[in-house]
Design a protein around this ligand. Structure first.
Ligand code: PLP
Length: 418
């Protein structure tokens, strides 16, 4: 039986649970993840990649809760870590170090040393970092992040290819090879990640083509993998067309079969999605605290105030992102109220959803902010000195608290109080 996240009658269900029952048990605000949805996403992507030598690395910046990481470890995924602490957590969770790719930006010598101690694969992002790495680990194995000169993303702030701070630019690749020779480094990987939230197959295939072409022209003797990055988007708005994952799989499979043939041996295909695997698996449940109506002549504006905000979900404020809002126990009630759903943070930009049609709402009603499994909790903060929510994971008829709600003690833990 498959439950997943769905509306039945007037109620939102997550797995075997009514959202409002989860709230009774765990309180609000509450991040809820459905493990079944995560597994389904992973299996769909994995099955679409029919090329024989594939590694799916879960990009844990999207959601680094240990229980989420464990799901991917059990599925046999590797890990994409963008800080050495993510890599450390991956090792602690039990990912084999050789399945963890550490792609840092502006990485210090201390961080590189820690990565080397952990034994993870280091993917360098600049010439200076390559020199630093060569000094620390001469004759070692290294992967190179290339910036292919083009980028795409759901928002300019999420574009990482092109004129950005990321990667070794194509016209620096020869210099990178020279540094690698100087330190007798073995280049085992070529990598690119051009942005996040891509709903078209083409840009991702283009990155793959650029990298495989580059690999062929450089003819790297130690090359083990080509990593085409993450960035696979998910539909957030009702009209968004989902990424054609099967089409992407066919395109990558064909390309890598041809590439391996031309290269004379099998080279692994790495992909490192985050959002695609966990985005639609997460819901943020929040309570309506206040309904405020501004009225002046013909101007009317309704603000539905909640007990969460941009401190718990920054995507709308940072990227103008759209998240569907479902009244968790009034899902089928007629929507006549045009309102902004707002948070409790002292910023007028603290708007979770603008101009939405909602049913009449009262204090205590529960709203579900949808598709927040990626870049929700992982980008949250204690702004306004507010605790972060609890997180729970649902799997069919089981539910588990996977991070407790922060307390005031947590908020002041690192302050020097005397
Ligand atoms: C290097 C790298 N790989 C993978 C990802 C995952 O991106 P997404 O969650 O869009 O798949 C990111 C996120 O920006 C990243 O920086």
């Amino acid at each position: 039986m498959f439950w997943m996240i769905r509306v039945e009658g007037s109620y939102l269900y997550i797995g075997g649970f009514k959202a409002e029952d989860l709230v009774l048990k765990f309180g609000t605000p509450l991040y809820v993840y459905d493990k079944e949805v995560i597994i389904e996403n992973y299996v769909r992507l994995r099955n679409s990649l029919k090329y024989g030598d594939v590694e799916v690395l879960y990009s844990c910046k999207a959601n680094s809760n240990v229980e989420v990481l464990k799901v991917f470890k059990e599925l046999g995924a590797g890990l994409d870590a963008v800080s050495v602490w993510e890599a450390l957590l991956g090792v602690k969770v039990g990912f084999p170090p050789d399945k963890i790719l550490f792609t840092g930006n502006n990485v210090t010598e201390e961080e590189l040393k820690l990565a080397l101690d952990l034994g993870v694969i280091v993917n360098v992002d600049s010439i200076q970092q390559l020199v630093r790495y060569g000094r620390l680990n001469p004759e070692g194995e290294v992967s190179i992040r290339v910036n292919p000169g083009v980028g795409v993303g759901h928002h300019q702030k999420a574009v990482t290819g092109g004129v950005t701070k990321f990667g070794i630019y194509l016209n620096q690749v020869n210099e990178a090879l020279r540094v690698a020779r100087e330190y007798r480094l073995k280049i085992v990987g070529l990598h690119a990640h051009i942005g996040s939230g891509i709903l078209d197959v083409e840009p991702i295939l283009n990155v793959a083509k650029t990298l495989t072409k580059l690999a062929l022209s450089l003819n790297l003797p130690d090359l083990k993998f080509v990593d085409v990055g993450g960035g696979l988007g998910i539909p957030y708005r009702p009209g968004d067309k989902p990424l054609d994952v099967e089409g992407l799989g066919v395109g990558l499979t064909d390309l890598f079969n041809e590439f391996s043939h031309a290269y004379g041996r099998r080279v692994k295909l790495f992909v490192e999605p985050g959002r695609y695997l966990v985005g639609n698996a997460g819901v943020l449940l929040t309570k309506v605290v206040d309904v405020k109506v501004f009225e002046d002549g013909s101007l009317k504006k309704v603000f539905v105030g909640t007990d969460t905000g941009m401190n718990h979900l920054i995507r709308p404020a940072l990227y103008d992102s759209y998240h569907e809002v479902i009244p968790a126990s009034k899902a089928n009630v007629e929507r006549k109220l045009l309102a902004d759903v707002v948070g409790n943070i002292c910023e007028s930009g603290d708007v979770i959803a603008r101009d939405r049609l909602l049913p009449e709402l009262r204090e205590g009603d529960i709203l579900a902010i949808m598709d927040v499994g990626a870049y929700g909790y992982s980008m949250s903060s204690n702004y306004n000195l507010r605790p972060r929510p609890a997180e729970v994971m649902v799997y069919r008829d089981e539910v588990k608290l996977i991070r407790r709600r922060e307390t005031f003690e947590d908020l002041i833990r690192h302050m020097i109080l005397d």
